[in-house]
Design a protein around this ligand. Structure first.
Ligand code: KG4
Ligand code: ZN
Length: 326
C-alpha cells in the first residue's frame, strides 16, 4: 500500500491506496474553509499552522497500516510553499522511520489522476484543469508527457468565483456559494463581455470580468447579487467554451476531461458536455468528492510512479511553490 499526503493549500488530506487493486483503503480530509472564510481567501501562515495540527491527527488513525506500506507519496509542487512543507516534513519523517521510499507528486498531475481513482489510466487525453490557482488546457500523452497548450494570463477560473464571492462578502471558497446563488438568478440580466472574444489565441483571462463584476456590485444592491452571480457564471463559462470551440476546430481529441476543484461546477459540466457532443469525443469527469484537493488522487498517481520506480531521494525532496512545467 501507499500512503499519500496532500497539503498544497487549505486541505489536509491523507489516503492509503492498495497498489495491486487500486482500491482506496483509507481517506480523510480536514478542510480549513471556515478558518479562512473571514479573510475571503487562504492565509498561508494560518494554513500551515492548521496543517501542523490536522495532518498528525489524521496520521494517528492509520498507524495499523504502517507495516503494510511500500512508499510515501507527497505533493511537492505547485502550491503554497509553507503548506507544502508541512506535508513534505511528514513524508520525510515517515520515510526514515519506516525505511521506505518517497514519491514526489505534482499536484496538477494529481488532479488529472483524479479521473482514474480505482480505475485503470486512460491516456492520451486532453484536459481542462480549472482550480483556484490554474486554468489550463493540457494535452496528456501519458504521465510523463503532458503539454500545457493554453493557460490564463491573469486570474484563474476558480479564483474569479472566489473574488466575486469576496466582493459580495459571501466567504471562501466562492465557487460553491456563487454556483448556488446563480441558480436563483437571471443569467441575462447583466451584460458582461466575454473576455478575449476577438482574439484568435487560445488563452484565458479573468481580470477584466472581475472588474466588470466589481462595478456591477458597486452600482447594485444585495437584491441583485443572484442576477450578478448568474450573469457572471454564464460569461466565465462562455469564455472557456468559446476558446475550447477553437481548440476542437484544430484538434480532434478522442477523450476530453475536466478536472480541478472548479470542475465540480454543474453549469460548466453541462456547457462543456454540449460543446463536445458533435465531436465524437468521450467526456471524462472525476467523482465530485475527488474534484477538490485530496490525498486519494495523489495516491492514485503514486501507484503508477511506484510501479515505474519513480522515487526521490530523501535529501532531494523539497517543496516548490511554482512549477512552470508538468
Ligand atoms: O483544486 P482546488 O480544490 O484547489 C486548487 O488546487 O486550487 O480548487 C479550488 C477552487 C476554488 O477557487 C473554488 O472556489 C473552486 O475551485 N470551486 C468552484 C466550485 N467548487 C470549487 N468553482 C466554481 N464552481 C464550483 N462549484
Ligand atoms: Zn488543486
Amino acid at each position: 500500500m501507499i500512503l499519500s499526503i496532500e497539503s498544497s493549500c487549505d486541505d489536509s488530506s491523507i489516503a492509503i491506496t492498495n497498489i495491486e487493486t487500486l482500491k482506496v483503503v483509507f481517506h480523510k480530509k480536514i478542510s480549513q474553509e471556515a478558518e479562512h472564510s473571514k479573510y475571503g481567501g487562504v492565509v498561508p501562515e494560518l494554513a500551515s499552522r492548521l496543517h501542523a495540527v490536522a495532518l498528525p491527527q489524521i496520521l494517528e488513525q492509520v498507524k495499523e497500516f504502517f507495516p503494510l506500506l511500500k512508499a510515501i507519496a507527497v505533493t511537492t509542487t505547485p502550491g503554497l510553499g509553507v503548506t507544502l512543507l508541512e506535508g513534505v516534513a511528514m513524508a520525510k519523517a515517515l520515510s526514515i522511520s519506516l525505511n521506505i521510499p518517497l514519491i514526489s507528486v505534482n499536484h496538477l498531475k494529481g488532479h488529472i489522476y483524479s479521473l482514474f481513482i480505482e480505475k485503470e489510466t486512460q491516456f492520451p487525453l486532453t484536459v481542462l484543469l480549472v482550480s483556484g490557482g490554474h486554468t489550463q488546457v493540457i494535452e496528456a500523452s501519458d504521465r510523463n508527457n503532458m503539454d500545457i497548450v493554453a493557460s490564463t494570463m491573469d486570474d484563474s477560473f476558480g479564483e474569479s468565483f472566489d473574488k466575486t464571492a469576496k466582493m459580495m462578502k459571501l466567504g471562501y471558497p466562492g465557487g460553491p456559494v456563487i454556483e448556488k446563488l446563480a441558480l436563483q438568478g437571471d443569467r441575462d440580466r447583466f451584460n458582461f463581455t466575454i473576455p478575449l472574444s476577438q482574439s484568435p489565441k487560445i488563452a484565458f483571462s479573468y481580470s477584466g470580468l472581475k472588474n466588470a463584476v466589481r462595478l456591477a456590485i458597486a452600482e447594485s444592491s444585495e437584491d441583485d447579487y443572484a442576477d450578478i452571480a448568474a450573469s457572471f457564471e454564464k460569461i466565465a463559462v462562455a469564455h472557456l467554451t468559446q476558446k475550447l470551440k477553437k481548440y476542437f476546430k484544430v484538434k480532434a481529441p478522442k477523450k476530453f476531461a475536466i478536472v480541478g476543484g472548479a470542475s465540480a461546477n454543474k453549469y460548466l459540466r453541462s456547457q462543456i458536455s454540449k460543446l463536445i457532443e458533435p465531436h465524437n469525443c468521450e467526456l471524462l469527469l472525476a467523482p465530485l468528492e475527488y474534484c477538490s484537493d485530496n490525498g486519494v488522487m495523489i495516491g492514485r498517481i503514486a501507484v503508477d510512479m511506484y510501479k515505474d520506480s519513480e522515487f526521490t531521494e530523501l535529501a532531494s525532496l523539497n517543496a516548490t511553490a511554482r512549477s512552470s512545467t508538468l
